[in-house]
Design a binder for this molecule. Sequence first.
Ligand code: 13P
Ligand code: SF4
Length: 377
Amino acid sequence: MDRMDWTRPNWHCDSGPADTSADAALVYDDDVKAETDHLYERVKDVILPDEWPLHAPLIAAINRLKKERGTIILAHNYMTPEIFNCVGDLSGDSLALARMAADVEEDIIVQAGVHFMAETAKIMCPDKTVLIPDMRAGCSLAESITGEDVAAIKAKYPDYPIVTYVNTSAAVKAEADVCCTSGNAVQVVEWAAKEWGTDTVILIPDEFLARNVAANTDIRILTWKGACEVHERFTAEDVEALREGHPGVVVLTHPESPVDVVRAADYAGSTAGMAAWVKNNRPAKVVLLTECSMSDNVAVENPGVKFVRPCNLCPHMKRITLQNIYDALRYNRHEVEVDETTAARARISIQRMLDLPKPDSPAQFDKDRAPVEVELV
Ligand code: 13P
Ligand code: SF4
C-alpha cells in the first residue's frame, strides 16, 4: 500500500505545560508492549513498526485514564489512525457523532474532532463535561458565518426555512431552524420544505454542499459562500489525472467538493458513506478524495484494497494528537461551554435533525444529475 510521511506523529501543538514526572513514565516498556500489542496488530499496515514505540506509551496511558475517569472518546473519521483505532471509543461521521453524543452515559466526553463537534456534544449533553484537546481545532466552514449573519438572512427571507450544516457554531445553529450533515442533507432539505410549506430552502454555509444538494432535489436552494478548505481544492482535472495515472481506480469524493468533482467521481457521500462503499464493494484500487487520514482508517478495515493517496490535510483536525488527548484527560482541559440560552435554541435545530427517520444506509449523491442554478443569499 502507498504510504505518506504525514502518518508520523509530528502534529504536536501547544497543549499547555507538560508534566515531566508523568511524561517520564511514558516509556515503551514490557508492560506497555503487552497492553498495546493487540492494537498494533490492528494498525500495522498503516503505522510503521519504528513509529509504534512513540505512540504506544501514550495509547496505554490514555486507555488507563479513560477507565479511571469515566471518560469516553468520540473520534471523527479524520483522526490519525493511532487516535481513531487505538483510543477512540466511538467513531464515525458528523451525523453519527451527533447521534452518539446524545446517548453517551459517561460523565466526561473527549471530542477527538473539531470544535463544532465538541459544541454539538455539549449542547446535547449540557450536564456532562465536554473536553477538546486543542481549542484551536476550528473549521473553515464554521468560521465563514456568524449568528448575526443568520439573523440577517432570516429577516430578509422570513418565509423560507434555514437549514444549517452542523459545521457551524452554536450561535448559528441557534438562529437556524434545523441542522443537517452531508449524510442527510437532501433528506433534511426536503423535510424542511414540506414542514414550512415552501419550494425554497436556505442551506448554509457550504456553497458546494448546497450545489450538490440542489442537483439532487427539486427544492430550490439558496446558499452562502462558505467552503471547506480541504474539499474545495479538488478539481475535475484531478479526477481525470488520477484515472489516467491509475487505470481502473475507483474515485470516491465528498459533497463538500465542487459539483464537477462529484460528477467526475464514481461515488459521493459523507465520510461514513465512503467507508461503507469501500467495505461493500471492495474495489481493487480506490482513491478517497478527502482528508488524508480517511484512507488509513478505511484501509485498516479493508486489507487487500489498494489506496491511491492524493488527499488534503485538514489543519484543524490535525491539531488533535495523542499527546493533547492525554493532557486533556490528565488536566481536564479544555472544557467546552455553551451558554444555556444559545444551547437551548441550538438543541432544537439539532434535535429536529436527529428525530428524522434514520436511513438504512448513508445517503449517496447521484453524480449523474445535472447541475442547477443556486443563488447566494
Ligand atoms: P462528515 O464526516 O459528516 O462527512 O463530514 C466531513 C467533514 O468535513 C467534517 O468536518
Ligand atoms: Fe472543516 Fe473541512 Fe476541516 Fe471538516 S475537513 S473540519 S469541513 S475544514
